[in-house]
Ligand binder design. Structure first.
Ligand SMILES: C[S@@+](CC[C@H](N)C(=O)[O-])C[C@H]1O[C@@H](n2cnc3c(N)ncnc32)[C@H](O)[C@@H]1O
Length: 239
């Protein structure tokens, strides 16, 4: 059974009781931005949702309260997804949920909506945008026709590049909300990150010695597409 749709205000939707351990990802301004923008825009009522890297469940709970029909929440380890589960069960016990250990998009099923706050600064990949680019290239495999991909990213990850790549890969994409805020302290500790960010046009700005990034929540909806006859796709694999 899905959670009852509430008429709670965006502020009320964000009030939740979260517990977490030392290994869990403590919500940051990125997560807060995504939560606030999701709360202001109900994009999930009556829809099936795949949430990648659900962490403390800070977005999972909100999506359930907004009346998502069914949510699959993933994390990279069993311990991490147990934190999601404990928090969701405490805050929205009636939610229709499944919890999975999965490496990013390597999971089954197709959904109306895919939501995530992807690793970026600390992605640990040579291409720091790896998780963002992976979404752009492969989230369509987890989306139903005309499904929507929703994620948050920093201006330091190059918003123009993201919107261009989404367009190239068959999405109508737009930023549905933005928040501007000062750098986290750990940004300055990663010289390579600072160097990469300085090469992004509009990556950040500095006012009176304070560095600011802009966080954007992007909603991208798959356009209709039929591969042309003769494309190298076996008939049985054509969706
Ligand atoms: C930026 S944090 C976001 C956490 C939470 N959704 C939030 O916004 O506070 C990214 C999350 O993705 C998880 N993660 C990292 N690599 C992953 C992978 N390959 N597959 C699934 N989740 C992953 C991390 O454990 C972490 O919880």
């Amino acid at each position: 059974m899905s959670a009852e749709t509430t008429s709670q205000s965006p502020q009320d939707l964000l009030v939740m009781d979260l517990s977490m351990g030392a290994e869990d990802w403590t919500p940051t301004p990125h997560g807060q931005c995504l939560a606030e923008v999701l709360a202001e825009n109900n994009l999930v009522e009556g829809k099936t949702v795949l949430e990648l890297g659900a962490g403390t469940g800070n977005h999972t709970i909100l999506l359930a309260r907004q009346g998502a029909k069914h949510i699959v929440a993933t994390e990279i380890t069993q311990e991490l997804v147990e934190t999601t589960e404990v928090n969701v069960k405490r805050n929205v016990p009636e939610a229709s949920m499944e919890y999975r250990v999965a490496d990013w998009l390597a999971t089954d099923g197709s959904f109306d909506v895919v939501v995530t706050n992807p690793p970026f600064c600390k992605s640990g990949k040579q291409n720091r945008r790896y998780y963002i680019d992976s979404l752009i290239l492969d989230a369509h495999k987890r989306l139903n026709a005309n499904g929507t991909l929703i994620f948050v990213q920093s201006s330091m990850a190059d918003l123009a590049k993201t919107l261009e790549r989404l367009n190239e890969n068959g999405y109508e994409a737009r930023a549905i909300g933005e928040r501007r805020g000062p750098f986290r302290d750990y940004y300055f500790e990663d010289e390579q990150f600072m160097k990469e960010s300085a090469s992004v046009v509009g990556g950040f700005d500095v006012v009176e010695g304070v560095h600011y990034e802009t966080l954007s929540v992007i909603a991208a909806t798959l356009r209709d597409y039929t591969p042309p006859a003769g494309a190298h796709i076996p008939d049985e694999l054509r969706a």
